[in-house]
Design a protein around this ligand. Sequence first.
Ligand code: ATP
Ligand code: MG
Length: 412
Amino acid sequence: MRQSQLFTRTQKNAPADEVAMNAQLLIRAGFIHKEMAGVYAYMPMGLRVLENIKKIVREEMNGVGGQEVMMTTLQPKEIWEKTDRWDDAKVDNWFKTKLVNGTELGVGLTHEEPIVDAISNYLSSYKDMPFSVYQIQNKFRNEKRAKSGLLRGREFLMKDMYTFSRNQREHEQEYEKIVAAYHRVYDRLGLGEITYRTYADGGIFTPRFSDEFQTLTEVGEDTIYVDEKKRVAINEEILSDENLEKLGLKKEDLVQKKGVEVGNTFHLESKYTDALDLYYNDENGEKQSIIMGCYGIGVSRLMGVVAELFADEKGLVWPENIAPYSVHLLNLGQDEEAEKIYNDLTSKGIEVLFDDREASAGEKFADSDLIGIPTRLVVSKKSLAAGGIEVKKRSESESSIVTVNEFLAQIG
Ligand code: ATP
Ligand code: MG
């Protein structure tokens, strides 16, 4: 991609009302556009990052047998009445709307009821299970506060998965398989070391705990207690002597930290399936309840977390596997050589952002640091005199001179 053709520009300042560092940097670098508090649009480079995160999530969900679907944003009231959630006072962040004829509709904030309703057309026998479906889709929540940039949106991208099992034992196996896939997702995003499986409130339908996945950061809204040896944590919300004992944890092993919830997995038992009248027939033809689990990952929140956590005072610092481009090639007045190098790299399938603009070296360096592509290549009179191109990693300060072929061998 030629930077001269890219319609987005970097900006010196973020909007005055934007207080979150992740959004400030992403706006200044031209990755996102703020529509209003908690509502952001993705510009070309922002979308590339988001798509890279989706790809990782999708690969891991497919890897545990998830089948991808796309449910609707508009939802009929009737199915939510069956589970008594339409008027549930605890669900206080729901956008609702009406058809012209007055019929009430919900705007998708989660999808347990619609998923169960849809699959009830297909599921009837013990032979059909276990199975899981997931989607990666925008969710809408009327959040009270939306001051954390991509960390808390009123419209945001979530991956939600739902499992259907024949009995509790089978459900537990599915559940742990998915938890393992969650850890792989966070590992691949470079967050594995600082993301903890955290015992949390199980929600309205089950006495069991749910598992939150909490990434440690001072900007997190949640307070958790981490047992570093066991690599688990407990959310302050459920911290009590009784619960610690139940979980085999000790107060003195827990260190208090701030975390942001990047995922949450729940045991739903058969509350939704029973309420929506979905059962199966076992080997003996007897009617049985279906055990469900549900599993969310905050996809756009993860983009905000990575932006926020890895940034330095100069700008964004993307990990290799979700960066918008692998290489940022800067032409400092050496048009012919730079064009040739751009062609060499792209013909090898390397994704390059090529700064071919007429701008000062200082401006190009500053923009490159702000945008945060992992590898910067500079073609200048000086680098050519020294025998090639200057290579520098965004996360390091040392640079070196290599030939194009040496660079291709390194990156290949
Ligand atoms: P929170 O406690 O942060 O409000 P939640 O528990 O209501 O989140 P879930 O219903 O568990 O959220 O949603 C699954 C995942 O979606 C969360 O773990 C989180 O990563 C993400 N998520 C939830 N709400 C938002 C939001 N407003 N903006 C961005 N991501 C969100
Ligand atoms: Mg949650």
